[in-house]
Design a protein around this ligand. Structure first.
Ligand SMILES: [Zn+2]
Length: 236
């Protein structure tokens, strides 16, 4: 197993500032890109997309298959490469920038010629098993040991809209498995052992506390809490 050359999704770098963004903010952006997915249309401004951090609910949903390959798709992929590089990652899945579509970008070498976008990816023929440390751009400050297949086959559509079939191993196969997990709403913390559970507890709590409060629908209680409250309520 090759060691992850640098952090990212698959190896992360510690960052002091977490700019957590609520799902609703991302999904509600009015922008230039419109995609038709298996679940219908979605609109957002690709240039505004940023990393979404744990515990955002958007990271836990199964992403929808992509149907259209248009300018909007190209803008999304370009932005995903930009974010992956900014964050020094080796892989990035669309749900990590708040877009619930089955797309991920990767670059295992750092050479721009190795940029690869994979749309509607399907993994098969997984062989072997190895444990290695992984980080995730959506989980800054967290690294866990994850056991994954060493070799795999991947079928997908590439950034040019062409079908592609690849066989990968070691780091490449690990990136595929990590990113496809994201498309299925699975995070590395779902795959960690008891030792890592203890070791990551503090970092996860910090992320949970940094998250914007969930939007809770206010329920108006019909039953006053006390008799005096009830009297006041009747006077109004
Ligand atoms: Zn990740």
């Amino acid at each position: 197993m090759l060691a992850a050359p640098r952090s990212g999704c698959m190896g992360h770098r510690m960052r002091r500032h977490c700019h957590t963004r609520a799902d609703d903010q991302v999904y509600a952006m009015i922008g230039s890109a419109t995609y038709r997915s298996a679940r219908g249309h979605m609109t957002f401004d690709a240039s505004q997309l940023q990393i979404v951090h744990y515990p955002s609910a958007g990271l836990r949903k199964r992403a929808a298959a992509v149907r259209d390959f248009d300018d909007g798709m190209r803008a999304l992929i370009a932005r995903m490469f930009e974010v992956m590089r900014q964050e020094r990652g080796v892989g990035l899945a669309a749900p990590q920038v708040g877009v619930p579509l089955r797309i991920f970008v990767m670059n295992a070498t750092g050479d721009a010629r190795d940029d690869l976008a994979l749309i509607n990816p399907v993994l098969s023929d997984q062989e072997g098993s190895a444990e290695a440390e992984e980080g995730c751009l959506s989980l800054p400050g967290v690294t866990v040991h994850v056991r994954r297949a060493v070799r795999a086959r991947l079928k997908a559509i590439d950034q040019h809209g062409h079908p592609i079939e690849l066989i990968g191993q070691d780091l490449v196969a690990r990136i595929w498995q990590h990113e496809i997990d994201h498309l299925d709403g699975v995070l590395i913390i779902d795959r960690m052992g008891p030792g890592d559970e203890l070791a990551t507890r503090k970092a996860l709590r910090t992320l949970e506390e940094a998250a914007p409060p969930p939007v809770i629908e206010k329920k108006v209680s019909r039953a006053p809490r006390s008799a005096s409250h009830a009297r006041r309520a009747r006077r109004r």
